[in-house]
Design a protein around this ligand. Sequence first.
Ligand SMILES: *Cc1c(COP(=O)(O)O)cnc(C)c1O
Length: 226
Amino acid sequence: MSSIIERYEAIRSRINTVAAEEKRSPEEILLLAVSKTFPVSAIAELYAHGVRNFGENRAAELCEKAAALPADICWHFIGQLQSNKVRKVVQTCQVIHSVDSSELLERIDRIAGEENKHPAILLEVSVSGEESKGGIPPEKLHDLCLRAAACSHVDLKGFMTMAPLDADEVYTAALFEKLTLLRDEESRLLQKDLPVLSMGMSGDFETAIRHGSTLVRVGTAIFGVR
Ligand SMILES: *Cc1c(COP(=O)(O)O)cnc(C)c1O
C-alpha cells in the first residue's frame, strides 16, 4: 500500500475514533484531502482508492489539476478568492469555503447564474475577530448570512474558520466551540439548516471534531510536508 493511502486511512481512523468518543456518526465528518502544491499523480492515487473530495487554494493550479483528472471529483476552493478568479473557480468547484465579503458573495452569485452553476458556499469567519487572516468578524456574520440566503445561485451551507497557527489547544477549542454556537444561532435566526462546519487541519482536526466540525481540511498529514 502506498504511504499516501496509508496516511489517509490513518487520519480516517483517528476521525472515526474521535467521532465514536463524541457519540457522533463518522459519516457526518468529511475528510477533505488538501492537495495544494502536490502533483496530479498524488491525487490520482487517492482517487483510485475511492477519495472524491479534494481542496485547492489557487485558481490556476486548481484548473490545471481538474483538467487532468476525472470529472467526478468534488473540488473545494479553500483559499482567498480574488475577484478576477471567481469565474474559473465557479466553473470548477462545487464548494467554496472562503466567502468573506458581500462583494465576493454577490460576484460569485452573479457569475454562478451566468455559468448555470449552483456552488455550495461557506462563510469564512475570523472567530477571534482578528481580520488579518481573512474571514469576517462574528459581528458581521448575520448581515452576510442574510445576503447569502437571499442569493439565488449559491447555496449557503455553513461556515469555515482557521485557528491561528500558534494557538494552543484550549484557545483553539474555544474558537471552534464559538463557531458552532454561532452556527446554531444563525440557523435559528434564518430558519435554515446550516449543516457544514469546516474546521480543523492536520494539527487540530481532532479538537475540531470534539467541538462540532463536520469537515476537516487535511493536507500535510496525508500528502507530506509542503
Ligand atoms: C493548506 C490549508 C489546509 C491544510 O493544512 P495542513 O496543515 O497542511 O493540513 C487547510 N485549510 C486551509 C484553508 C489551507 O490553506
